[in-house]
Write a protein that binds this ligand. Structure first.
Ligand code: SF4
Length: 463
């Protein structure tokens, strides 16, 4: 596939400034310089992954285009090297664990594993096939997903990496989600793996559901589940996991969480959005330390992003593609996200989303028994609380982010979010007056236009 004028290109004039920026430091202690990142992003990646360089604004995963934001280029570097890095780490003995359900990933890494959510397994799988243009890449993705739909159940809303693990070519070592944590697909997925072609380790962290935050037995029960989890992963990584390992991991992940919270406060307080929605989302999400399959690398880039954003806010610099007086939208729900670029074209901008922000914004206490402290933090995730508690926290986020509207999105088949949607939105609207819109999305990837039309109409109404 040759490149032509329809492809995005990083302009040469930004190179001198970019190559002076910081290295990315990885978990194994290795590092890559900005000059080498520049070479990869401008020479190697456009040939290996042409679809990523499309200028098509209908492709929500396209490169952000904010070329003067070094942390954005580095985030994209980490996404496009997901296959290179993850495959190498596994060859070097790190077991890969598939997770799902919105939890933090501290215990998986403490035990020497690499925890990947569905979106990250997707990025890893995309990296395995090179030279595809956007259409070829979309066809590949639809094809493997259809196989998985048939293998799991027609009731699933997304296949969550099953296709890559059972039908594809990802050497995932264990499937170990938290059961009952917001996602009804977890149960379907785990069950399907039990009769899949490939025998794979299955492990469930049982999350005690409903009103358990204050109950002592629940903290002890979940802590014992986390102990079992690290012990099982340790058997694969060859690591005898100590309390100190988990304590150190929690400290590292708390750094990411705190930095993301600080970054969000600065971003939200700015007179004009300092980045576009795609960059904002990636930067906030780095605080969860899962996004790139390497918490240390994510932390390096997040630190740089924090500085970049503070600088932009000081000079009232607006993110690329954001219109003046853009309507600010906060997204609730799970696993569905409007296209940031087209939302911005319509005069809006997505300023936050509750999914994963819930665990990123929960700081774990660093003293005492780390299993118990982690269990207490997990039990207090605002997203998992009874609806009134979740609404209270969401209202707080809407106020901090100065949102004009609240979108609640989920896939057809999502049993938890569909049950919560109406009551949550009613409480938010009654208490704040902020307009809300619920969209149930069906046939992921095939109904994006209908979804975006409704989002754009909502922005028009807010205007
Ligand atoms: S939409 Fe709901 S059920 Fe589906 S993967 Fe997301 S959280 Fe799970």
């Amino acid at each position: 596939m040759s490149l032509n004028e329809n492809f995005f290109k990083y302009p040469e004039e930004i190179k001198p400034e970019f190559i002076e920026t910081e290295d990315i430091v990885f978990r194994d202690g290795s590092r890559i310089s900005a000059a080498d990142i520049w070479h990869f992003m401008t020479e190697e990646a456009p040939v290996r992954y042409p679809y990523a360089y499309t200028n098509n604004r209908y492709y929500g995963r396209r490169l952000s285009g904010d070329v003067r934001l070094p942390s954005s280029i580095k985030h994209n570097y980490l996404m496009l090297t997901m296959n290179d890095r993850t495959s190498r780490a596994r060859e070097n003995g790190s077991p890969i664990i598939f997770v799902q359900g919105g939890q933090s990933v501290d215990p998986y890494y403490a035990a020497g594993g690499i925890a990947l959510r569905p979106a990250s397994t997707g990025a890893w799988a995309r990296g395995k096939e090179e030279g595809l243009n956007l259409r070829e890449e979309e066809m590949r993705s639809l094809d493997v997903r259809e196989k998985a739909r048939k293998a799991i159940s027609f009731e699933i809303c997304q296949t969550a990496g099953y296709e890559h693990i059972q039908e594809g070519n990802l050497p995932v070592d264990m499937v170990a989600p938290y059961l009952c944590l917001r996602c009804s697909d977890v149960g379907y997925g785990v069950e399907a793996h039990r009769h899949g072609k490939r025998k794979i380790g299955l492990f469930l962290v049982d999350f005690p559901l409903d009103h358990q935050k204050e109950k002592e037995w629940a903290a002890g029960y979940l802590a014992r589940n986390l102990h079992r989890l690290t012990r099982e992963i340790g058997k694969m990584s060859g690591k005898e996991v100590t309390e100190n390992d988990l304590k150190e991991e929690i400290k590292l992940h708390n750094k990411g969480r705190k930095l993301a919270l600080d970054t969000a406060d600065v971003w939200w307080s700015a007179s004009a959005p300092p980045t576009n929605g795609a960059d904002r989302r990636a930067i906030f999400q780095m605080g969860g330390m899962e996004l790139h399959g390497d918490p240390n690398a994510s932390l390096t880039v997040l630190k740089e992003a924090n500085k970049d954003i503070k600088e932009r806010v000081k000079h009232s610099t607006k993110g690329e593609g954001v219109t003046d007086n853009a309507r600010r939208l906060f997204v609730g729900g799970s696993c569905v996200f409007p296209n940031d670029f087209r939302t911005e074209e319509a005069g809006g901008i997505i300023v936050g989303n509750d999914n994963h922000w819930s665990d990123i914004s929960t700081i774990v206490e660093e003293t005492g028994d780390p299993y118990e402290k982690l269990a207490r933090a997990i039990l207090s995730y605002p997203y998992e609380q009874p609806i009134e508690g979740r609404a209270e926290w969401t209202i707080d986020q809407l106020k901090k982010s100065r949102s004009d509207g609240f979108l609640f999105l989920y896939n057809w088949g999502c049993n938890t979010q569909s049950a919560i949607a109406r009551m949550l939105c009613d409480i938010i609207h009654e208490e704040t007056g902020i307009p809300t819109l619920i969209i149930e999305h069906e046939m992921r990837g095939e109904q994006t236009e209908q979804l975006q039309n409704r989002v754009n109409a909502f922005i028009e109404m807010l205007n």
